[in-house]
Every structure is written in structure tokens, then in C-alpha cells.
Design a protein around this ligand. Structure first.
Ligand SMILES: [Zn+2]
Length: 316
């Protein structure tokens, strides 16, 4: 007898938007929906929307699970979002139980960076690797680790916060309460801020590039100026690449990955970034690690969270 096709719904829970998609067992997206969370007042209200959205996107097809990617601190074992989203009253929300009860289906909840790491591992640039370190350089630094083919969660499922490893004691204050975290030196925000700092005393094309595009200055414009040989941009990018490499070298020493996957806005600098980042990382790792890992750009785009959350079911 032919086995009935089972589907999975993947949900990416953002601060302002919720995206949901229906996946078949091959991992293809068969249906999708997006929704604003702006006027939701309570956690119950948001969860009711998640339930409605799941039913709507599934359209009556049989589900084997619902995978949710949530920002902030998540207890994946019990499926509870502890805190850290921009949603109302979003503290200790038992998503797994509430949604599981309403839908009568298994629900898994994972932190968004871990979901993205798993998505890249199963369907993106991490495919075929054994141990993968995923790092996304954007506003902050997100990271997730796949160790020997398994998503590393840790005792309380907070593993992989590489962005908050301290690389400079006494460095700039981070939102986490510590000083000198990696993301204070190597994130897109850090790149923008150090360019702005230098531009107080030196002229640079960065501001003009941003103005010409009618955008607030960001790391993107720093990389554009870097391409033109702008002095400030060259100094800022060189420093950022050194710090990125420092953090990656720490990760290589800790996890001994065969692949490092780089995502986030900063990774779009591609040709400007990757050769230099590979060289600097290779210089910083100890000899036995040299040549043992690939450093590649992420393969999935905005759907990475959804894909990773859904793949918590299909890949297992
Ligand atoms: Zn921090």
C-alpha cells in the first residue's frame, strides 16, 4: 500500500510578521502565508493566529508536525518561548502545548538562529557537511551549530550564542549586559558604527553613497565604498574582517567543523568579503585545522527560518 503523504508546517515568528509555509515530504513549499502581528494584544491572541494560520496553510491536508522558529530565548525541550520577542506579553509562552492541544499535532519550537542553521544544514549550503558552524552577520551576530549531524541545543537549549562570546574584555557595552562581545566588533551594526566614528574626522564616500540611494547609512554602503577604495571603508572592513575571522577561528577550535556557512546582510558583500575572511581565518587557526573546513556563503534566503523549523520533522 502506498504511504499517505504527510505534510509539515514551518512557521517563522518575527517581531512584526509571522510567515508560515506548508512543506511536502520532499521539503518543497506547497503553500504559504504571511501576517502582521502589529495589533495583537496578548500571547493567547498571537497563538490563536498561529493556529488559524496553520489550519489555513495546511488546507485540510494531514500534518505530521508544526515547526516554529522564534526569536529570543526558547526552551526547545518543553517548547516554551521564555522571552525576547517583540510580541506582547511574550514571556514563558507554552507554544508547544497550546498549539499542540489546538491542532492535535506535534509541535517543535526552536530559536530562530538555530532554525536557520538547521535549514542551511538540511537544505542549503551546509548540505552534506558533518559538523557545521552557521554564523549570520547582520544587526547582531546569530549562530547555530550542527555537531556530527545533530543540531546542538545544549542543556537548556541556549547553545550557539557565538555573538556574545567575549573577544575584548572591557570593550564596548553590549545589549546583553557584558562588554566586548564579538557582535560589538563584527556585526553589520559594528561596521556602520565604526565607519561613522572615523567619518567624524575624515571624509569618506560612504555618506554620499547612502544619501544617493536615499537610505540610512549601513554596512552595505561601507562595502560599496570599500569597492571604490575609499580610505575609511578600507580601514573599517579590514578591521571587521579581522574580528570576524577571530570569532570564526574560536569556533573552529571549539567545534572542528568541516564547513562554516556565513549568512546575513554582511555576507552579501561576497567577493569583497570571502577571500579576505578565508585568509584571515586560516591565519588564526592552529596548524592542524588549516584546510580542514570550507567557508561558504549561505544558500537560503528569507525562508531559511521556515525551512529549518519544518526540517526539524522531515530530516529526523
Ligand atoms: Zn553580548
Amino acid at each position: 500500500m502506498e504511504k499517505t503523504e504527510r505534510y509539515v508546517v514551518g512557521i517563522d515568528l518575527g517581531g512584526t510578521k509571522i510567515a508560515a509555509a506548508l512543506f511536502d515530504s520532499q521539503g518543497n513549499i506547497r503553500n504559504r502565508e504571511r501576517m502582521e502581528t502589529a495589533n495583537a494584544k496578548t500571547a493567547e491572541e498571537v497563538v490563536q493566529r498561529l493556529v488559524d494560520m496553520t489550519r489555513s496553510v495546511a488546507g485540510g491536508l494531514p500534518l505530521s508536525g508544526v515547526g516554529l522558529a522564534s526569536p529570543g530565548a526558547v526552551n526547545s525541550k518543553d517548547g516554551i518561548v521564555l522571552h525576547g520577542t517583540n510580541l506582547p506579553e511574550w514571556t514563558n509562552v507554552p507554544l508547544k502545548r497550546w498549539m499542540g492541544d489546538a491542532l492535535d499535532v506535534e509541535v517543535q519550537v526552536v530559536n530562530d538562529a538555530n532554525a536557520a542553521a538547521w535549514g542551511e544544514y538540511v537544505r542549503g549550503a551546509g548540505k552534506g557537511a558533518e559538523t557545521m558552524v552557521y554564523v549570520t552577520f547582520s544587526t547582531g551576530i546569530g549562530a547555530g551549530i550542527v555537531l556530527d549531524g545533530k543540531l546542538l541545543l545544549g542543556a537548556t537549549s541556549f547553545a550557539g550564542e557565538l555573538g556574545h562570546t567575549i573577544v575584548e574584555p572591557g570593550g564596548p557595552a553590549c545589549s546583553c549586559g557584558n562588554n566586548g562581545c564579538w557582535e560589538m566588533f563584527a556585526s553589520g551594526t559594528a561596521i556602520r558604527d565604526s565607519a561613522a566614528e572615523l567619518m567624524r574626522s575624515r571624509s569618506s564616500a560612504i555618506a554620499d553613497l547612502a544619501a544617493a540611494q536615499g537610505e540610512a547609512m549601513s554596512a552595505k554602503h561601507v562595502f560599496e565604498a570599500y569597492r571604490q577604495g575609499d580610505g575609511v571603508a578600507v580601514q573599517v572592513v579590514d578591521r571587521a574582517v579581522s574580528y570576524m575571522a577571530l570569532g570564526l577561528a574560536n569556533a573552529v577550535h571549539t567545534f572542528n567543523p568541516d564547513r562554516i556557512v556565513i549568512g546575513g546582510g554582511v555576507s552579501k558583500a561576497g567577493d569583497q568579503l570571502f577571500p579576505a575572511l578565508r585568509d584571515r581565518t586560516e591565519q588564526m587557526v592552529m596548524k592542524p585545522y588549516r584546510g580542514t573546513y570550507e567557508l561558504v556563503a549561505a544558500g537560503l534566503q528569507d525562508d531559511v527560518g521556515l525551512i529549518g523549523a519544518a526540517a526539524l520533522f522531515h530530516a529526523s
